[in-house]
Design a protein around this ligand. Structure first.
Ligand code: GLU
Length: 329
């Protein structure tokens, strides 16, 4: 992995407003790239149409810019690796599927989630859990032209990736050395759904390869997608990026932030009188980059950025977060 001039990315899903958790992952992604004079790509992950909320893409750009972050390529900044909206990149995902078909790494699966669940609950059934797709369900006698037939019939089957049985090892900059046997944790996972939607795992990997991303920094909720993505990168002949997962921000009840935590979005905090410098300082302290929260710009934090200081424990925001943030000097 190239340690100078890395290419990193912000990959927001426009499904809700940016909250302290998204902001914290974006801040670290920005620090990682800017501290090494690299390039930041903004890629909008808008594939899951039904979950996309109008206006959220622009809101995310406005909120991260307000926080003091910037980027070099994206929907609003022409670059060499566009389009920067996943909804406009279908041809690339299609081409990757065809390549995996040729490599015999994909097969069609007509089982519904319900059927998989029923198999899992049957005694001595082929699946131990509805979340793990067992190798025993792989088709053994696919006709040579199954994919042409699948495309011609407009699908009606999901496409699954035939995972490698070996253990996948990787080193995360925050969480250290990790390994996972994907065949046991999830099994053959879906790359394209029955309704034709490309899966997140496929789109992320195809885009990271095509956009020459070699620095992936994102929330720790995606740690358990990493081994799957590495297998897919290797099957597509790509090179692994460096990975860093940023510990989650949890609410006072200890839950991962969600739509319910509306007071912890950047917009709500700004409206409540909290400044960008107070948020950056608070997040920096919670990550281990400052001993005490104090007002700080993202740019000023660059000097103190050091992976070895980053803690890998989830953070919890107290119930009176707004008061605490506003009191930061
Ligand atoms: N779009 C994903 C999210 O907003 C991030 C995907 C990634 O970083 O791999 O959580």
């Amino acid at each position: 992995v190239n340690d100078r001039f890395p290419r990193g990315r912000f990959a927001p899903s426009p499904t809700g407003l940016v909250h302290l958790g998204n902001a914290s992952a974006a801040l670290v992604a920005w620090l990682s790239v800017r501290s090494r004079r690299g390039t930041l790509v903004w890629r909008l992950e808008d594939l899951d149409g039904p979950r996309v909320v109008a206006g959220m893409a622009d809101a995310a750009a406005r909120d991260l810019a307000w926080l003091g972050l910037d980027w070099d390529e994206g929907p609003d900044r022409p670059g060499d690796y566009g389009p920067y909206l996943q909804s406009e990149r279908s041809a690339l995902y299609q081409a990757a599927l065809a390549r995996l078909v040729a490599a015999r790494r994909i097969f069609p699966c007509r089982l519904s989630r319900k059927e998989l669940r029923e198999m899992a609950s049957a005694p001595h059934g082929p699946t131990a859990s509805a979340d793990v797709y067992p190798a025993s369900l792989r088709p053994t006698d696919l006709p040579d032209d199954w994919y042409e037939q699948h495309v011609a019939s407009a699908g009606n089957a999901a496409l699954r990736f035939r995972v490698d049985d070996a253990e996948t090892h990787y080193v995360d900059r925050v969480y250290g050395s990790r390994s996972e046997r994907v065949a046991e944790s999830v099994g053959d996972f879906v790359l394209a759904r029955r309704d034709g939607l490309f899966a997140y795992q496929l789109a992320v990997v195809v885009d990271d390869i095509a956009m020459r991303i070699d620095d992936v920094v994102r929330g720790a909720d995606l740690l358990d997608s990493t081994a799957r993505q590495i297998q897919l990168i290797e099957a597509l002949g790509g090179e692994r990026p460096a990975y860093a997962h940023v510990p989650l921000v949890r609410n006072a009840a200890g839950e991962k932030l969600s739509k319910r935590d509306a007071t912890l979005t950047l917009v709500a905090l700004r409206d409540a009188g909290v400044s960008a410098e107070q948020i950056v300082g608070y997040l920096a302290a919670s990550l281990g980059l400052l001993d005490e929260p104090r007002r700080m710009t993202a740019a000023a934090l660059l000097e103190r950025f050091d992976w070895s200081r980053l803690r890998c424990e989830d953070r919890r925001v107290p119930g009176d977060a707004v008061r605490i943030l506003r009191a930061i000097r």
